[in-house]
Design a protein around this ligand. Structure first.
Ligand code: IDP
Ligand code: MG
Length: 232
């Protein structure tokens, strides 16, 4: 309860399952709303106060020799109030050709994230260039565009608390030889130019890329039956 008080949680933040259910609809309703952006920033700064588990147990510095009332901020409560994010994940042409589509989807499903869009798609050159526009100056850019447009890709949108960073962990380092075993790239690839899968690198890029790769009506708002078994 103390964590709730510190956070100043609104009724809509009261339970993680309500967050899980309403997040996509809420985000789309308030996509361009200033108050939504401010709210996101507020949440971020509130949570940024908790750097390590040692910060979760605080005592008053004014009376160092007396044991003061200990304030306990329960990590699971804080985590359950974090913002639901969306990320764009794509099985690249090598992953499709090698029959790894099911394997990639399965890792995200098993983790407990929610699939909100899925399609097999032949990417046009212009879209590949727009998607990777930040890498335009790199020497490997032309090869990257050829790679991404060389065959169909599988486009996905995934939703959940912390999904952007978690997806990057599940995917592993850009260079598969440096990716940890247990990650998709660490287990299934050997070269950067054939690293099987893409994942957005920030919540902002998650939204940008989902808007880029999916048309209106291709995203599905739904509540997985397993939701109460994933988040208390
Ligand atoms: P990421 O996919 O891990 O986010 P980025 O740096 O965004 O990595 O690069 C996008 C993609 O460009 C990589 O996944 C990889 O396929 C390709 N790439 C990145 N760096 C190199 C390189 O040095 N040589 C060849 N391909 C590269
Ligand atoms: Mg990237």
């Amino acid at each position: 309860m103390e964590a709730l008080a510190v956070y100043g949680g609104s009724p809509s933040c009261a339970s993680s399952s309500s967050l899980f259910r309403s997040s996509a609809a809420d985000r789309r309703r308030s996509k361009n709303s200033l108050s939504h952006n401010l709210n996101l920033r507020f949440n971020h700064h509130s949570l940024a106060a908790f750097h390590s588990p040692s910060h979760l147990f605080s005592r008053s510095p004014s009376r160092p020799h007396t044991l003061k009332k200990t304030h306990i901020f329960l990590p699971h409560l804080i985590a359950s109030m974090e913002q639901v994010e969306e990320t764009y994940v794509m099985v690249k042409p090598d992953g499709v050709q090698r029959g790894l589509v099911g394997e990639v989807i399965s890792r995200f499903e098993k983790k407990g994230f929610k699939l909100t869009a899925l399609k097999l798609f032949q990417c046009p050159k212009e879209l590949a260039e727009e998607h990777y526009k930040d890498l335009k100056s790199k020497s490997f850019f032309p090869k990257l565009i050829n790679y991404i447009t060389s065959g169909p890709v599988v486009c996905m949108a995934w939703e959940g608390v912390g999904v952007v960073a978690s997806a990057r962990k599940l995917i592993g380092a850009t260079n598969p030889l440096q990716a940890e075993p247990g990650t998709i790239r660490g287990d299934l690839a050997v070269q950067m130019g054939r690293n099987v899968v893409h994942g957005s690198d920030s919540p902002e890029n998650g939204k940008r890329e989902i808007d880029l790769w999916f048309k209106e009506g291709e995203l599905c708002e739904w509540t997985p039956a397993q939701a109460p078994w994933l988040v208390e």
